[in-house]
Design a binder for this molecule. Structure first.
Ligand SMILES: CC(C)(COP(=O)(O)OP(=O)(O)OC[C@H]1O[C@@H](n2cnc3c(N)ncnc32)[C@H](O)[C@@H]1OP(=O)(O)O)[C@@H](O)C(=O)NCCC(=O)NCCS
Length: 213
């Protein structure tokens, strides 16, 4: 049984341990960053716990003021270098998924789906227009000699190639709006690329006196 709930300060060590396993080739969140996430937007930081109380998944989010006609900036710019000081609940209508990770031993068992369900509930609760994220494409480096990133994404979307992250996100109802080069340079498996993915909240009803974004 998996429980998803907002992260608490007591979960910080568990989240860092999880991150090291979920993203082995990338630097994990620091304690300071995780504390700042809780300060800026506690409701947006989610953890998934197994029946023993171990953190087996986490998803970090912030609200951003994003114009959908524009390209998404880099991960580090959007997240304020991972601090979430860029969180903007006043003007923002977009939940930005800064990361989602599941422990390798717990993958394929619905943990990621449960975290995304909680994220969608968050979007409905805060009456946000959408979720966007820069999705990793960790299967790309293996075939990068043979095709460009756009072709790779199309092949995954058509089911002709498999990608552990993009496949999951498509199964979660996201659509790919574009490809972002240089999004996360330390992500060698994705050759630094990301997909600009979006999920639209069907329950969004705008804000009084303000047009829907
Ligand atoms: C991406 C990730 C979070 C998925 O988590 P997960 O717990 O394994 O995913 P789930 O078991 O909840 O899968 C949910 C659904 O997606 C489907 N799915 C999962 N991976 C898939 C894939 N590669 N291709 C197609 N469908 C996939 C599952 O079949 C399931 O569908 P169902 O509900 O109809 O059965 C996990 O693989 C991970 O942590 N990866 C490494 C970290 C990472 O790169 N995160 C993404 C940052 S952008």
């Amino acid at each position: 049984m998996i429980t998803v709930r907002p992260m608490q300060a007591a979960d910080i060590e568990g989240v860092i341990a999880l991150q090291k396993r979920a993203f082995p080739k990338m630097p994990p969140w620091t304690r300071r960053q995780l504390r700042l996430h809780l300060e800026h937007f506690p409701e947006g930081q989610l953890v998934a716990l197994d029946r023993t109380g171990r953190v087996v998944g986490s998803a970090s989010s912030l609200i951003i003021d994003w114009d959908p006609s524009e390209q998404l900036a880099s991960w580090s710019r959007i997240t304020g270098n991972g601090t979430f000081k860029t969180h903007d609940p006043v003007r923002g209508r977009t939940l930005y998924g800064a990361d989602i990770g599941v422990h390798p031993d717990s993958r394929g068992m619905g943990v990621g789906a449960a975290l995304y369900q909680a994220r969608r509930q968050l979007v409905v609760r805060f009456n946000l227009r959408r979720i966007v994220a820069g999705g990793r494409i960790p299967g790309y480096a293996e075939v990068a000699d043979a095709m460009d990133a756009e072709t790779y994404i199309q092949e995954v979307a058509k089911g002709r190639l498999k990608d552990t992250v993009l496949g999951f996100q498509l199964a979660q109802g996201f659509r790919v709006r574009g490809v972002i080069p240089g999004y996360l340079p330390c992500d060698k498996a994705s050759c630094g690329y990301a997909t600009l993915i979006e999920w639209i909240n069907p329950a969004y009803h705008g804000a009084l006196g303000r047009p829907a974004a």
